[in-house]
Design a protein around this ligand. Sequence first.
Ligand code: AMP
Length: 193
Amino acid sequence: MKYYIIFGPPGAGKGTHAVAIREKYNLCHLSTGELLRAEIAAGTELGLHAKALIDNGNLVPDSVVEKMIAKKFDEVKGVEGFLLDGFPRTLGQAEDLDKLLGERGESVTAVVSLMIPDSMVHERIRHRAAIEGRADDASDEIIENRIKTYHSQTEPLIDFYSKQGKYHEVDATGSTIEENRARVLALMEKIEA
Ligand code: AMP
């Protein structure tokens, strides 16, 4: 099985490009953000606990997302691998993912990182807010908090996966989705070759 991670700051286009990668390579796209929003929509206990953290742009505890991911690894069949989107987001999650995969005789295949500068994060999220109406896209203050969280908690993963020789970066600042998608798919082809 392949285990790809699509990585990058909020608004970089992870969810958008994940769809194209999923289809081309027959992968299961697992977005922890989407899984959490589904729990909130369904009114589960987990969703109730997670909502305030998410709506304020803070991370939910590692154990919460790790359990959701492990469950999906057990349940999902008929794919050639997984495309993890928004997970791992902390060093602890990355280490636990290595352990979880190691127990299955598997490992992370590669990290595809979409890079955009902070100034573009605001612009992209403002655009998305108008379309999707997510509570955590609604204010500049919350977006700023998510950017801060990304730099302090998630960015260290670049070094973690670089040391494993698994980190690959794409310049995702192209002006159209199509242009950025072509860059992402070109990188995927190189990795798969
Ligand atoms: P996303 O859809 O990936 O932007 O995620 C939306 C929100 O869900 C994040 O701002 C976090 O509050 C929460 N979340 C998603 N994935 C994770 C994760 N791996 N670890 C902790 N919190 C997460």
